[in-house]
Design a protein around this ligand. Structure first.
Ligand code: ADP
Length: 321
């Protein structure tokens, strides 16, 4: 059994990361291990920036978004020299394994570190839900709910003015967030990068809706759609005559108290990560499949493919008018 492990958060922050850190710490301590927190992702490993974490240091964090360990993107860790410095520092601090909470990029780093002798287990966290190996990533549920709440507020005002609102939601290169949010807000159209943009389709949908007496419209646009919301709003206004406004929800989607789902899944996933490390197993990522927590080899995980759920897309199209 390992005696000491470390935990870090890396890449973009998400609601639920703190819940994952808390779970890793409490699980490890309950198994008789000690835990170091690493500040600012892989930068902390390179800079020897650690903090001792005990049962109390993770009190009052399960309900808070962000990460109290801070996070960072670390260009230095992409170089072999950076990874070797990290290995050195782990050895100096008797750290035998690391829980890495982050996205696919962070898992690539975890793989490098595992290959150099420090076993790592990845825990998937991203509001974009674009991590290929897992059906669900920590932060997605909270971000969806935040976006829906914001768009509900937009609906209040566009309804009063007979306007169209083109709303950009996050998602990086993927449309998972936009698709769910679009359905939940009753969007007239959902534009995602996986489907080629056909603005004429959007225009004819709006015109069709107008025929049945609808005068306000929500168009949900994933950030990965090349033609941005400003342009989309402009074209809609020109071609339909409906006054149209563009709104970019932006980083508010990363904040807010994590939902039950995010807290529970974060807790389960980090617990599994620590179990794996305790057995000396590294170079793995945990993942959500069905309602179970599973794990995969990192290399295998990074080579998996994830596609947009075409059936959900079909439903969205059938009910949007
Ligand atoms: P995410 O984990 O959210 O996908 P990034 O892609 O920014 O975010 O990756 C987070 C960090 O992981 C990077 O800043 C870098 O330090 C590390 N990383 C990413 N790719 C590699 C790689 N190929 N080798 C080593 N470290 C990497």
């Amino acid at each position: 059994m390992m005696k000491k492990i470390a935990v870090l958060t890396s890449g973009g922050d998400t609601p639920g990361m703190n819940a994952a850190v808390r779970s890793a710490v409490r699980t490890a301590i309950s198994m008789g291990m000690t835990v170091k927190g690493v500040y600012r992702g892989y930068n902390g490993l390179i800079d020897n920036n650690f903090v001792d974490l005990d049962l109390r240091s993770v009190s009052e964090v399960i309900n808070r978004a962000g990460t109290f360990l801070y996070t960072a993107r670390s260009p230095r860790f992409r170089e072999e020299e950076g990874v070797l410095e990290a290995v050195e520092n782990c050895k100096k601090n008797d750290i035998e394994g690391v829980v890495v909470i982050g996205g696919d990029g962070s898992f690539r780093g975890a793989r490098e570190l595992s290959m150099k002798g420090i076993p790592c287990v990845g825990v998937p966290a991203t509001i974009d839900n674009d991590i290929t190996s897992t059906e669900y990533a920590i932060g997605f549920d909270t971000a969806m709910n935040t976006a829906v709440d914001m768009i509900d507020r937009l609906r209040d005002t566009i309804r009063s003015h007979d306007r169209c609102s083109a709303v950009e939601v996050m998602g990086r290169h993927a449309g998972h967030l936009a698709l769910q949010v679009g359905i939940a807000t009753g969007a007239t159209a959902i534009l995602i990068p996986e489907i080629e943009l056909n603005i004429d389709d959007v225009i004819s949908k709006i015109k069709q809706s107008q025929k049945i007496g609808k005068n306000h419209f929500i168009i949900v646009v994933a950030e990965g759609v090349a033609c941005g919301v400003d342009e989309i709003a402009k074209i809609i206004e020109e071609k339909t005559g409906v006054e149209s406004r563009a709104t970019v929800l932006g980083h508010v989607q990363r904040g807010g108290n994590p939902t039950v789902r995010d807290r529970v899944i974060a807790t389960r996933m980090a617990n599994e990560a620590v179990y794996l490390l305790s057995k000396g197993i590294g170079n793995r990522v945990v993942a959500y499949k069905g309602d179970s927590i599973v794990n995969y080899d990192i290399f295998e995980a990074l080579n998996m493919k994830k596609e947009i759920d075409v059936d959900v897309l079909r439903v969205a199209e059938e009910v949007s008018i």
